[in-house]
Design a protein around this ligand. Structure first.
Ligand code: NAP
Length: 302
């Protein structure tokens, strides 16, 4: 008679998970998977020897390699967690080594371009479920991995029309076991929502900090000295990974340009209120924006 499964064995969802890219998001996922006991073994493939060494030393993964084929061989889940501009080449390189039934997922901050880059390489019998956790910090690399990064945060899945319901349900369960709430939406909707909630705010932060950096030397000293008056919060956002953000703006160009057009018009409106000394209009606007912050706190997303 087969032995009854222990509680821990029942929790395991994947025997072998392969991460391509073990930076901030990849290592946070690996730690969250371990915390939930959903995986037996984890291998990471990363081009950075420093990151491979750190991921092993910190016991985030069991094995590391620089070889894509070795990483995905025998894996039943493959997570692509590198800047989105690398995804087509990675999908092409791993494709011949994926076994039938494997689930491939990703964490890219833009979905339409990523799907177009990865999908053509996915072999028959392998399932691709595009995903994006709406969580992260300005830090990079495996040292920035946090087991609780996704707790109470949203993970958005943008399934393809042909994604079997069972496969989508499995990836959804995985994110829930990693602590996240899960939503599904179309890739186009995802890219528009993220253009306003993430990409535009980052663009503003990069620009504000860039403007301050270009100021005359004497003023620059004071910008740093008195940064707590607002500037500091922008510098945290503007310290995010340059390569990752270069790829995001290139990949979500249309949605970002559309939102930017609206933003520029609204900014010109604010300029007009200030020039005309229209205090009532300014106060009305700031009252509306304050309410948004309260809503975020109430939704526990602060
Ligand atoms: P990260 O900390 O820089 O980690 C990425 C890792 O992938 C680095 O170790 C990098 O090595 C490696 N890598 C780059 N190109 C590679 C390639 N072709 N083959 C193998 N490894 C490669 O970045 P991250 O913050 O984890 O971001 C990864 C992905 O998550 C991005 O697509 C981003 O859009 C998405 N995301 C990020 C956040 C966030 O807040 N950070 C949130 C949600 C989603 P090198 O250091 O040598 O380049």
């Amino acid at each position: 008679m087969p032995k009854a499964k222990t509680k821990a064995q029942k929790a395991v969802m994947f025997d072998r998970v392969a991460f391509i890219g073990i930076g901030h998001i990849g290592s946070s996922m690996a730690l969250a998977m371990r915390r939930a006991g959903v995986v037996e073994s984890i291998i990471a493939c990363d081009r950075s020897a420093k990151h491979r060494k750190a991921a092993l030393k910190l016991k985030i993964v069991d094995e590391v390699t620089a070889d894509y084929a070795k990483a995905v061989k025998g894996a039943d889940l493959v997570v692509i967690a590198t800047p989105v501009g690398t995804n087509a080449a990675i999908a092409k390189a791993i494709a011949p080594h994926l076994k039938p039934g494997t689930i491939v997922t990703d964490v890219g901050s833009v979905k339409q371009v990523v799907i177009a880059a990865i999908t053509p390489h996915i072999p028959k019998g392998v399932y691709f479920v595009p995903g994006h956790p709406l969580a992260g910090t300005e830090h990079s690399g495996p040292e920035a991995g946090l087991a609780d990064l996704f707790d109470g945060r949203w993970a958005v899945l943008t399934p393809l029309p042909r994604t079997p319901a069972k496969v989508l349900a499995k990836v959804s369960t995985l994110w829930k076991r990693m602590g996240a709430n899960v939503d599904t939406m179309t890739p186009a909707h995802h890219d528009r929502v993220l253009a306003i909630t993430s990409h535009l705010p980052h663009l503003c932060a990069f620009t504000v900090v860039g403007t301050a950096t270009d100021l005359a030397e004497d003023l620059k000293q004071e910008v740093i000295k008195y940064s707590a008056s607002g500037f500091r919060d922008f510098t945290r956002v503007a310290a995010s990974d340059p390569v990752m953000w270069r790829d995001i703006f290139l990949a979500n160009r249309e949605a970002v340009l559309e939102i930017l057009q609206r933003f520029t018009e609204d900014l010109a409106g604010m300029q007009k209120h200030i020039r005309r000394g229209d205090g009532a209009a300014l106060e009305k606007m700031f009252t509306r924006t304050r309410a948004i912050r309260r809503g975020i706190i109430e939704a526990k997303q602060a």
